[in-house]
Design a protein around this ligand. Structure first.
Ligand code: UDP
Length: 404
């Protein structure tokens, strides 16, 4: 795993020095992160890197995962969709199930952090264990237009926290507690994002039986309706009428996402008539995801709703031309026609994919601009700095926190 010092050649030594200084101010503070899945999805992706890096900077960072059964995760998936503004029928029984599992977790989860950092709604009720420590609720969802019933239910918990964190100004809500806006990030030196030799990329293509004889369009995402894999296939089929190309839909599932298998089966059924569509159920293997992204000519993220959309940052960091829906955090990453192309429909996506495949110079320029934008705004080093400033601010609620 890369050491903090190795990031200096990307972001410069002064920023590394800032991180060390902040680390000293927070030395040995226990930061207890809690979420609902150890693998799968953006939250686990970030914690995997954030926790060891905070440790290297001198904090005592930990990560715990709550427990929940199928019924609980069915309900929290409904919450997730409803908070994203989707139509969901929620019954009193759903809220009861949420509280039953929450009570179990309140009983079983050991709270030992100086700062308890709760990620997303699933573990939110643990706030009932608040004592003299500081609690942060970190919302990774775009809650700009939530189902009011679910939001109202969560508010009873949120107001007990010291602070809340949202990924973007547009995601935030009016709250009676302090809130911070901190964008997520990717780690440029992780297996998911580091440079790969061509042999590694070719070996992964070979493993999945994919030839480089025609352009590759790729979407990497959990098999989730909000990622619109069916829409991606429709867009690809429209492109295919004009340009002989192939499609990779690669993804896995997360234990807190009970719909994954069903969506995967539907997509596979839809794709079976076209041998140029590769539906890959990826094991948790970052090198493979990295290789597939790097092997692609165009990367798509045709989400219907999105949190921040880490896969977009991952693609742009690899200087890939990206076509992505203008939802959630994606417009923060893609300035239309500068660092990628934003789309609003299947037709729009297929038009943009065709344009990129037929104008390689233009596609290359968008990719390069995208990489620069990610480098300046969405790398984990910036994220570490923001989080440590947030931690410090909890101990100085009246002050503006300064670096020195
Ligand atoms: N991911 C992965 N394997 C997969 C599907 C997704 O490693 O099969 C990763 C992807 O590379 C990204 C994260 O999971 O780092 C997904 O984060 P994003 O913000 O795009 O979406 P979320 O799943 O959190 O809604």
């Amino acid at each position: 795993m890369a050491k903090i010092e190795e990031y200096a050649h990307i972001i410069g030594q002064p920023l590394i020095d800032d991180l060390r200084l902040l680390g000293q101010k927070l030395k040995n503070r226990i930061i207890q992160n809690i979420n609902s899945t150890p693998v799968g999805g953006g939250v686990a992706e970030i914690l995997n890197r954030m926790v060891p890096m905070l440790g290297e900077l001198g904090l005592d960072a930990k990560w715990d995962v709550i427990k929940g059964g199928e019924q609980f995760f069915n309900v929290t998936k409904k919450f997730h969709n409803a908070l994203h503004g989707r139509q969901e029928e929620l019954t009193q029984r759903d809220f009861d199930i949420f509280m039953e599992t929450s009570r179990e977790n309140i009983k079983d989860v050991n709270i030992y952090g100086d700062i308890v950092f709760i990620h997303d709604p699933q573990p939110i009720a643990l706030i009932e264990k608040k004592a003299n420590n500081k609690w942060i609720w970190r919302c990774h969802i775009d809650v700009s237009n939530p189902n009011e019933k679910v939001w109202g239910f969560l508010m009873d918990f949120i107001t007990k926290y010291d602070s809340a964190v949202f990924s973007a100004p547009a995601f935030s809500r009016k709250l009676p507690i302090r809130q911070f806006l901190i964008a997520p990030s990717i780690d440029p030196l992780s297996d998911k994002n580091k440079e790969l030799p061509p042999e590694t990329i070719n070996a992964v293509l070979e493993k999945y039986g994919i030839k480089k004889d025609k352009p590759i369009i790729t979407q990497i995402s959990r098999f989730d309706r909000l990622k619109d894999p069916v829409g991606v296939i429709s867009a690809y089929l429209q492109v295919k009428k004009y340009i002989n190309c192939q499609l990779i839909l690669g993804g896995g599932t997360a234990i807190d996402d009970p719909e994954g298998q069903q969506v995967f089966d539907e997509v596979r059924e839809m794709a079976k008539a076209d041998k140029d569509i590769h539906i890959l159920l990826l094991p948790q293997n970052d090198i493979e995801v990295n290789a597939l992204q790097r092997a692609s000519d165009v990367i798509v993220q045709k989400s219907i709703r999105e949190g921040f959309g880490l896969t977009v940052a991952e693609a742009l960091w690899k200087a890939k031309p990206v076509v992505a829906s203008s939802v959630g955090g994606i417009p923060l990453q893609i300035k239309h026609k500068y660092s990628g192309l934003l789309c609003h429909s299947i037709e729009g996506a297929s038009f943009s994919i065709k344009q990129l495949l037929s104008s390689p110079e233009y596609a290359k320029k968008l990719g390069e601009n995208g990489r620069e934008h990610i480098k300046n705004n969405f790398l984990i080093t910036r994220h570490l700095r923001d989080y440590m400033l947030l931690f410090l601010s909890l101990y100085h609620p009246q002050d503006v926190v300064q670096l020195c």
